[in-house]
Ligand binder design. Sequence first.
Ligand SMILES: [Zn+2]
Length: 210
Amino acid sequence: MNEELDKINKINLDLRCPVCHQGNLYMIYKVTKIPYFGGIVTMTIRCDKCSLKISDVIAISNKGDLPTQQKRLTFKNNMGDLIVLSAGSKIEIPEIGIEVYVSSESGGEITTIEGVLLDIKDKVISLMRNASKEDKAVLSGILKKITNELRDPSGKLSVVVTDENQRSAIIPNELWAKRAEKEREAMSVKISTEEIKRTGKKVIKDYLNR
Ligand SMILES: [Zn+2]
């Protein structure tokens, strides 16, 4: 059985809850299919007895395993590329010494290259408020580089996504835009319920190992 587009589903994971050891785990999820790429699974796993709740966003490629590391330069054409950040992944902008971890508490995130820069800009601004004089000078240098790149993207910075679990992805804007086209129905994006169930079980396993 293959998954229906953008429909909210619920399945039983056939797993005993690792926290209360009494309830069963079920998963509520939605699959967003992307032609020539695969899909994005947005999921929440819950126990039917206790308060356990695990949320995550997971990219699944049709072409097999996703790389553990992906990179995009901040060129104008790349600014709208979609970034799926699964829990446990890391974003870096090495040119300005930025490193951000996506926690399992936040439950993953879907953003763009531009969105990442805007987000980091906000973080830098809030850090500057209580920074020492020296730190403020460093932060304002970083802020200037980010602001310039947002205003006039030149490819000077790179956004590097690292995910040892291979569930994060940078998806070209063109593919994401195609999602809205009618031809998507004709394209064979195959993600089976079994695969989603397997992925859910892996999420639980990794959550417990963190
Ligand atoms: Zn439980």
